[in-house]
Design a binder for this molecule. Sequence first.
Ligand code: SF4
Length: 374
Amino acid sequence: MQCASPIKRRKTRQIMVGNVPVGGDAPIAVQSMTNTETTDVAATVGQIERLQNAGADIVRVSVPSLEAAEAFGEIRKRVTLPLVADIHFDYRIALRVADLGVDCLRINPGNIGREKRIRAVVDKARDLNIPIRIGVNAGSLEKDLQKKYGEPTPDALVESALRHVEILDQLNFHDFKVSVKASDVFMAVGAYRKLSALIEQPLHLGITEAGGLRAGTVKSAVGLGALLMDGIGDTIRISLAADPVEEVRVGWDLLKSLKLRSKGVNFIACPSCSRQNFDVIKTMNELEQRVEDITVPLDVAVIGCVVNGPGEAKEADLGLAGGTPNNLIYVDGQPNHKLGNENLVDELEKLIRRSAEAKAARLEEEQKSVIARG
Ligand code: SF4
C-alpha cells in the first residue's frame, strides 16, 4: 500500500552492466563486493550466491593478479549475476578478464600508464561492449592533487574524476559510471553533488570505509540518503566491515525507506513499551528471519497496542494491532479477525505468506492488463 517516492531522479545516460541497466530510468542497482580470496573459486562462487539470494543486482570481485584473472573466468562461468572486476594499474589483467566475460571493468584509465595501454583496454571494452567504472577514492588521491588542495576535498575528488573522464572522452568512450568515494560523509556528498552537475554518466554511490555494521550503516544512510533524496545516484554500495550480505540488506533497506525500490516484507513495528499486549521485539526478531525469502513487496505492521496499532495496521497490506484480550488483524486496510497471543509468530508467518501470495497474484494480473492495453 506504499505510495510512490516523491524523489525526482536526475536523468543519466544508461549503461548496461551485463543484463542490469544502470542509469536512465532504471531502478537503482544494489551492489556488494566479495571478500573471499578470488583464487578460491568455490568460496567466491558461494559468497556471490549468498549475495544474490540477499538481493544483490551486481557483484564486484577484486582481481589483483593474472592468476586471480584466471580464477575470475572460472567464477564467471558458475554464477549468473553481472560481475565487475576491480583492477588497479595492471592493464593486462583488464584485457584478460574482458576476454573471460567480465561485465564491467573498475579501472581508472589515468592509472594504467602509457597511452598505448590505455587505448588497448578502452578498445577492448568498446569491442566487447563492456562498461568501465572510474572509481576515485579520497584515500588514494593522486599526489599532485593532494599537494594542490593540501588534503582530500570534494573539489580534489571531482578534479581527479574528471581527469579520468577526459581520457575516456578523448577516446570517444562514453559507457562508464563514476564514483567519488570518501569515508567522510560531507566530503563524499559534496563531491557527488558537484560531479552530478558536470557529467551525464551514471554515478555509483558509496561512503567508503564507513566502518562496522552499526556505524557504517548510519554513515552510509546519512550520506547516500542525502544524495538519493537529491535524485543523485544510479547504483549503490554500502561499504561495511561486516559480512557483505549485510551490505546488500542495508542497501535494500535504504532504497525501501526512500521508496525508490520495493522488495520483500517492509515491517512497520513499534519499539514497544509497557502498554504492549505481546512481546513486540521477540515477535519481530523471529518474524524477520522467517520471511526473508519473500520477494513480493508487502507492508506488514506489527504494533503492540491500540495507541498506534489500528492507525498503522490500516495503512499496511497486513497489520496486527495489539489488544486485550485479543489482538486485531487487518487485511488490506480492513479489520479482519481476532488473534490471541498463543503461537503468534507461527500464525503471523502464515498470514504474511498468504498475503504475499495474494499480492503476487494481484501484481501479475495488473502486469497482464498493462501488457494487454499495449
Ligand atoms: S504502539 Fe503501544 S506498545 Fe507500541 S510503543 Fe506505542 S504505546 Fe507502546
